[in-house]
Design a protein around this ligand. Structure first.
Ligand SMILES: [Zn+2]
Length: 222
């Protein structure tokens, strides 16, 4: 038997009782059954209205809402760092804990309190047995603009795509003279090393011929 784990541990620092109250109001939404049904509905509605009012990223709120509706679980602690006179939200991986809903909520928090600095979290995915291909990880970045999560598997996929493109260049071309794009290379013509479509080629040939005729006439009249 092997177990797979998603692991992370990160803190977000904040200052003041107003920010603490905000977290205390909305963080329980990220824990299934932490609130009575009516209270849950009220706080979610507040968050929805706040997102619209603050012009936070609506897509991020929609993702958060669907995570909450599906019964997400985020393990967190709000605590005070006495030495630095800061308060912290500590998000960490316990059994079944996820970080993504917290990141979405944090995006709305950043809008509410004008936090300009991005925040990020890195995670590890690992397995209790050395099973092939079952070790991974990734990172998520949260800012006023949105939430971006990427696993190393996403990264590998992108690199493979780039390599494949290099090996198999596209079988179409864009005309260098007009707006014709993605033409089949069977129509490819060239003028002075520039790839052009057949009609631009014909036009260019006419222009060259006219210019030559003009030159010839000038010479005759000279
Ligand atoms: Zn053309």
């Amino acid at each position: 038997m092997a177990n797979n784990y998603l692991q992370f541990s990160e803190v977000f620092s904040f200052v003041g009782s107003e920010q603490r109250e905000w977290f205390e109001r909305f963080l329980p939404l990220l824990q299934q059954d932490a609130l009575e049904e009516e209270e849950h509905g009220l706080r979610l509605q507040d968050l929805r209205e706040l997102t619209v009012f603050l012009k936070a990223n609506q897509g991020v709120f929609d993702q958060l809402e669907s995570e909450i509706e599906n019964g997400c679980f985020v393990d967190y602690v709000i605590e005070k760092d006495e030495e630095r006179d800061e308060e912290l939200v500590w998000v960490k991986s316990e059994e079944g804990s996820d970080f993504f809903p917290f990141c979405c909520l944090l995006h709305i928090f950043m809008h509410r309190f004008g936090v300009n600095d991005p925040w990020w979290l890195t995670w590890a995915s690992w397995c209790s047995q050395p099973r092939v291909s079952e070790f991974s990880g990734g990172a998520v970045v949260v800012s006023l603009r949105g939430v971006w999560a990427h696993s190393v598997d996403d990264w590998v996929g992108k690199q493979l795509e780039i390599l494949r493109e290099d090996e198999n260049p596209p079988v179409s071309f864009d005309c260098g003279r007009c707006n014709n794009k993605k033409l089949s290379t069977s129509f490819l013509h060239e003028i002075a090393g520039i790839a052009v479509c057949p009609s631009c080629f014909t036009l260019a040939m006419d222009e060259i011929k006219q210019a030559e005729d003009l030159e010839a006439r000038k010479e005759r009249n000279a």
